[in-house]
Design a binder for this molecule. Structure first.
Ligand code: ASP
Length: 343
């Protein structure tokens, strides 16, 4: 007899797990032990579904690397006992958390599917029911006795995406996430259509979980008229180890002398600068224009077509390993979990 598939559902908080208070009309988290009352269809799965609820539950705006470590530790603790994991998480920072988990869980050979919703489960027109049920199906999907999607993903409104390629781009549409620089892993309509060639292959190595994250990272978003004081302030935060430069277009920045001097001074102090485009899609190509050539010359690392969320998570993950600057740059220039399109 085939063994029953086991899925662990981890509920961290966010809109999905809310109901409307009958008296006040405000949204409040419901007791997740009563999830079957909200979604009676869950009992129709032929899988063993177990639940773990965070206490207290959080709005995802309150997440931070400590929560990421808690989540990664939970996956580690239960890794051998389950075939897949579904993480219910607020959508606001889901791309950050899910990107971080993709780096923290090395040699992941099982599905970790993040989902959430724009409308609470306790609301009639909720998108949460479909997202939740399909996320469970995706986490349980197997072929030739192997999981179909052995990676960290976000499932939202019919689309399965590699987590570290996503950004939340819409605050109210059910279709809240995009994966602008990497194709979907699956599209779900009447049929579940897996795009197998886009999905990472299992490597059958032992899971390794990294729990040391270093938050000495900043983001400097450029804009016309940015002042020298602001640039200086962000680049000279004490103990800052890396700063993401959110640049224009294909990685371009102003060429004012004061600006380049500020960057150069930061590089000389050992701060790693990473160039990520402000555009929603496309890649940084340092050296294509004069306005990025100088960045390349001074040692700014290209983020290629990575999202800011994924570069931030990758930096926290790599800086936590106390690598030499050379190793750190090498890893930033390589795709570790399919997070960017480099050879
Ligand atoms: N503010 C909520 C959160 O991110 C929104 C959501 O769940 O989608 O926790």
């Amino acid at each position: 007899m085939e063994e029953e598939i086991r899925i662990l559902i981890i509920y961290t908080g966010g809109t999905i797990g809310m109901i409307q208070d009958a008296k006040t009309g405000t949204l409040k988290p419901f007791n997740f032990e009563k999830i079957n009352e909200q979604i009676p269809e869950l009992s129709r799965f032929n899988y063993q579904l177990d639940f773990h609820s965070f206490d207290p539950l959080i709005d995802s705006s309150n997440t931070n690397p400590e929560y990421w470590v808690r989540l990664a530790s939970l996956v580690e603790k239960h890794y051998e006992s389950y075939d897949g994991f579904v993480i219910l998480h607020g959508s606001d920072t889901m791309s950050y958390t899910a990107s971080a988990l993709s780096f923290m869980l090395e040699n992941l050979n099982k599905p970790v599917i993040f989902t959430g919703s724009q409308l609470p489960l306790g609301v009639l027109r909720t998108d949460g029911r479909e997202n939740f049920i399909t996320a469970i199906e995706l986490a349980a999907a197997r072929e030739n006795d192997l999981p179909v999607v052995p990676e960290v993903c976000i499932y939202f409104e019919n689309r399965l995406m590699r987590a570290n390629r996503t950004s939340k781009y819409n605050a109210e549409n059910f279709n809240a996430f995009v994966s602008p620089n990497y194709p979907l892993l699956a599209e779900i309509g009447v049929y579940v259509k897996f795009e197998r060639h886009n999905i990472l292959k299992p490597n059958f190595k032992k899971l390794k979980v990294y729990k040391n994250l270093n938050s000495r990272v900043g983001i400097l978003k450029l804009f016309p008229g940015i002042t020298a004081e602001l640039v200086h302030a962000i680049l000279s935060v004490p103990d800052q180890q890396a700063v993401i430069l959110e640049t224009f277009g294909a990685g371009n920045a102003m060429t004012d002398e004061w600006f380049l001097n500020e960057l150069k001074e930061a590089v000389d102090r050992g701060v790693l600068l990473v160039n990520v485009t402000q555009c929603m899609a496309g890649a940084v190509e340092q050296g294509k224009y004069d306005t990025s050539f100088l960045l390349k010359e001074m040692g700014v690392v290209s983020g290629y077509d990575s999202t800011t969320e994924s570069v931030l998570a990758k930096l926290m993950f790599l800086l936590g390993q106390n690598l030499s600057l050379e190793k750190l740059k090498n890893k930033m220039n390589s795709s570790l979990r399919g997070e960017m399109s480099v050879e």
